[in-house]
Design a protein around this ligand. Structure first.
Ligand SMILES: Cc1ncc(COP(=O)(O)O)c(C=O)c1O
Length: 398
């Protein structure tokens, strides 16, 4: 039976899938079952930060697979402890809890906030347009009706404020508020970048009202914005940071990182994960840190990010339907005045993978080690796509 027929017959239809069946990847390239090559400027939805099958990751995977895959979390694993050390040494004095997905990391941060509030304060202010995952608390924290509507009743205690609007945040804070949770760049919400003054203001409010400042770095973390963590651009340190996606560069792993000074609110038995921080995932994640350092990935993100931004700016002059370009490092959103999905589809037909989000935003998030030639090739195809009659005629007939 053909693969797509198997999907139709056996898979729960939760995703809109497009394109061919992919069988192989290397660097910024993917191959389908017919041997056709695709340039992937959105590898793994922000996960595959070192491209597909980076040799260092392949080596770490295979060597750890011969040693030890899994240990329960009531035993000690060297790899997990060393990864926690890596994270803390690269961020702030903190304690780390390991999970497996972004939503789980957010769940953990929410639970810790409830402990911090000691039963008296439990409300968390999150942002309109935000995205924090699909489990019930992460979904309740997400500021987009389209994801939440069908799943009511939601977890109580979440309030939405307008992003980049300090006045609105102040209005949403009550005596019951315990934390503020936000993405510094709203990825799924259309690549909306938090303003520096706004984040400084949020930080100040959190300090003055004894609120936890939780930064969701699931998408922006691990070098995506040319700093290891996006909060570093803002001159603040969060109380809790959530990580996933690039943390494992393809292996499921996540973490929430709690400032040491508040970490004692959680005690044994209060939170757990069977798979979280397995020796296997931890070893691979440690290799991600090694490679970021060894291959000077942050420098590459800075240089390529600048080039990406400037090239797309030039495209903006050519195509009046490009409204705005937003982003940081190698995380870029191109807001169109028309639907973006036909452009995603046309790009796929032409062998280029990008993303369409929020109805009218094209998202480009290449591997952080992409070279100039490959990026330029992708940008050339993107220009052809923006020009193409097909994407535009689809738009007219839709
Ligand atoms: C900022 C942010 N937080 C949380 C999540 C949820 O992550 P996961 O799908 O791994 O649960 C995502 C996923 O896109 C995300 O972008």
């Amino acid at each position: 039976m053909k693969i797509k027929e198997l999907y139709k017959k056996y898979s729960l239809p939760t995703y809109t899938r497009a394109g061919p069946v992919f069988v192989k990847g290397k660097g910024s390239w993917l191959w389908d079952e017919k041997g056709r090559r695709f340039l992937d400027l959105f590898p793994g939805w922000g996960v595959s930060i070192l491209g597909h099958c980076h040799p260092g990751i392949v080596k770490a995977v295979s060597s750890q697979a011969h040693k030890l895959f899994h240990l329960p979390n009531n035993l000690y694993s060297a790899e997990q402890a060393l990864l926690a050390e890596d994270i803390v040494k690269h961020s702030y004095p903190a304690k780390v809890f390991f999970a497996n997905s972004g939503a789980e990391a957010v769940e953990g941060a929410v639970k810790l906030s409830r402990l911090y509030g000691e039963g008296k304060r439990y409300e968390i202010v999150t942002m309109k347009n935000s995205f924090h995952g699909r489990t019930m608390a992460a979904l309740s924290a997400t500021g987009q009706k389209k994801y939440k509507y069908h799943f009511r009743p939601l977890v109580p205690g979440f309030k939405e404020a307008r992003f980049n609007d300090l006045g609105d945040l102040k209005k949403k804070i009550t005596k019951k508020t315990v934390a503020v949770l936000l993405e510094l760049i709203q990825g799924e919400g259309g690549v909306n970048v938090a303003q520096k003054e706004y984040i400084k203001g949020v930080h100040k409010i959190c300090r003055s009202k004894n609120l936890l400042f939780i930064v969701d770095e699931v998408q922006t973390g691990m070098g995506r914005t040319a700093k290891l963590f996006c909060y570093e651009h803002y001159g603040i340190t969060p109380d809790i940071m959530t990580l996933s996606k690039g943390l494992g560069a393809g292996i499921p792993v996540a973490a929430f990182v709690v400032k040491k000074s508040i970490s004692s609110v959680i005690t044994p038995g209060m939170h757990a994960s069977t798979f979280g921080g397995s020796p296997f995932a931890a070893r691979v994640s440690r290799e991600v840190f090694n490679i970021i350092k060894k291959e000077k990935i942050l420098d590459n993100v800075k240089i390529r990010g600048k080039h990406l931004f400037q090239t797309i700016l030039r495209l903006k002059d050519k195509f009046p339907f490009i409204k705005e370009i937003r982003g940081m490092g190698l995380m870029l959103g191109i807001e169109l005045s028309v639907s973006s999905y036909p452009f995603f589809e046309e790009a796929l037909k032409r062998g280029l993978i990008i993303n369409s989000t929020h109805g009218n935003v094209l998202r480009v998030m290449p591997a952080l080690n992409i070279d100039k030639k490959t990026l330029d090739k992708g940008l050339d195809i993107l220009e052809e796509v923006l020009k193409s009659k097909e994407a535009h005629s689809w738009r007219r007939s839709s």
